[in-house]
Ligand binder design. Structure first.
Ligand code: ADP
Length: 497
């Protein structure tokens, strides 16, 4: 019998950690120490203290992992029939659900997020495996009509060894949304989780092996970006890179991938607008706006970090948001709370910097604006839910991704002005629209530049709906059937009869 949430939570809160956490890479079907022998610390953002150690990987570990993946691809994994790939993925989904409690508690310790959110992420990871399990044996090619003297068709070949560079804000769910379609397409994978949140990737690797995935098909090398991420994306044995992270790092990854002409998908930052028009269901809009910016303490690429609200309702609506934000309880993710910590002191400093500069410029801070701590322990890396009102389109709090619980409010005269403001940053990841007018909603959905648009429910959608950005938010699409295409190479075969 596995331990329940209550038992695991009690152990974590009493000891500050959990027993039996993985502490080595997972390469070729087993835990492997770093070739250098070096380890690195992992912190609980809710207490600001070290709770685990993992291998500090470097190029030698990456080499071993890529070799293992290549061997798996040439060997057992490459030979497995698609229906059997599907069965393995389906078993993995069931096992993630069976082991959800431990995965979720570890995810909370690692990332700081509230347990309820971590449970949702783990359920989302299971759902990703379930969704792509059903796709393995449906990756059909086309037959192409060239006339009676030819036979032409396409083959969907696996791209090869796919690298997954994963960020710290959604460790298990970001990994699962890349890993599951990569495996479904028949690729082998080497993942490099973020140095702040490496644990659930290692747990997932062990789980997948138990689900029947041949050794070497999925490898995890832990380490820093420069130490382990850079040699992974620059490795000539890597055929595809999926990178989720910041714009600056993404540009470097693209440059490194270019040297080997490695294909890639980049999911970068965002500064996504939530447009609330005067005719909207304002109760639904209120919940939507709050969730869009304060879930995961605002550390979401697709966070609705800009509220664009119609002037007629602006004053009353932002006051309702501020009132709710003021009442939110901060706390350790394993305890009852409305918002957890941010992931690292670096992130906390960055958020505080943006808010301090906005305050110095004379911005109206409707609520929050300060660092905080867990009320029980007096520790941790917290920032209060913050609303900055009536900002100009060129204000840095409007144009820059803050990646924290800071909502930037912009006022629109009408729907057309709202579109202009919405399209006023370099990012184009997501957008929300709240209105009761069906035609306006869909017109705005066309006019706002974004990879995904949510109408009357921010974050609507799931693993079924393609996800990705335009412009500085990146390119390529994850999730949905679109993601499968990322991991396939199309070969066309044409024969003269
Ligand atoms: P942040 O700055 O918030 O940590 P990053 O975009 O730098 O976000 O990190 C996202 C992921 O990219 C992490 O797994 C990180 O280790 C990795 N990473 C950082 N630098 C590099 C790099 N030069 N090459 C490859 N991966 C990197």
């Amino acid at each position: 019998m596995s331990a329940s949430f209550a038992e695991l939570t009690a152990e974590a809160l009493a000891t500050g950690t959990l027993s039996g956490l993985p502490d080595r890479h997972f390469i070729d079907g087993r835990p492997v120490a770093a070739a250098s022998g070096r380890q690195m610390d992992v912190c609980d953002p809710g207490t600001a203290s070290i709770f685990a150690q993992v291998a500090a990987g470097d190029a030698a570990d990456i080499d071993a992992a890529v070799l293992a993946a290549q061997r798996a691809l040439k060997g057992p994994w490459g030979r497995i029939v698609p229906a059997e790939r599907g069965r393995i993925l389906a078993r993995a989904a069931a096992m993630i659900r069976a082991e959800a409690e431990r995965l979720a508690v570890v995810e909370t310790l690692d990332s700081g997020k509230r347990l309820v959110e971590a449970r949702g992420d783990v359920a989302g990871a299971a759902r990703a495996f379930e969704y792509y399990a059903g796709a393995c044996d449906k990756l059909q090619g086309d037959s192409i009509p060239l006339g009676p003297d030819y036979l032409a068709y396409t083959l969907n070949e696996p791209a090869g060894v796919a690298a997954q560079i994963v960020p710290w804000n959604y460790p298990i769910s970001t990994l699962a949304r890349g890993l599951a379609p990569a495996l479904a397409a028949g690729c082998a994978v080497v993942a490099k989780p973020a140095e702040q949140t490496p644990l659930t990737a290692l747990m997932l690797a062990d789980l997948l092996l138990r689900a029947g995935l041949p050794a070497g098909t999925f490898n995890v090398v832990t380490g820093t970006g420069p130490g382990a991420g850079a040699p992974l994306v620059a490795h000539p044995g890597i055929d595809h890179v999926t990178f989720t992270g910041s714009v600056v790092t993404g540009i470097g990854v693209m440059r490194a991938a270019a040297a080997n002409v490695t294909r890639l998908v980049l999911e970068l930052g965002g500064k996504s607008p939530v447009v609330v028009l005067a005719d909207a269901d304002l109760d639904a809009a209120l919940e939507g706006v709050l969730g869009a910016i304060f879930e995961n303490a605002g550390q979401i690429c697709s966070a609705g970090s800009r509220l664009i609200v119609e002037r007629r309702i602006h004053a009353a609506f932002v006051e309702r948001i501020a009132a709710r934000a003021r009442s939110m309880k901060l706390g350790h993710g394993l305890r009852e709370c409305d918002m957890g910590p941010v992931n690292s002191p670096t992130q906390l400093d960055r958020i505080a910097g943006f808010v301090d500069r906005a305050t110095a410029r004379g911005a109206r801070v409707l609520c929050g604006g300060r660092r905080d701590v867990d009320p029980q322990s007096g520790r941790g890396w917290f920032f209060q839910p913050t609303v900055l009102d009536d900002l100009a389109p060129d204000d840095e709090a409007v144009t820059s991704e803050i990646f924290g619980p800071v909502l930037a409010v912009q006022i629109a005269d009408d729907a057309a002005h709202a579109v202009e403001l919405a399209n006023g940053t370099e990012f184009a990841l997501a957008a929300g629209i709240y209105t009761r007018d069906f035609a306006t909603a869909h017109r705005l959905a066309r006019e706002i530049d974004a990879g995904q648009v949510y109408i009357n429910e921010y974050f609507a959608g799931g693993i079924e709906t393609p996800f990705g950005g335009n412009r500085r938010s990146g390119f390529g699409r994850e999730k949905g059937l679109e993601a499968l295409r990322s991991y396939c190479r199309v070969k066309s075969v044409a024969a003269r009869l």
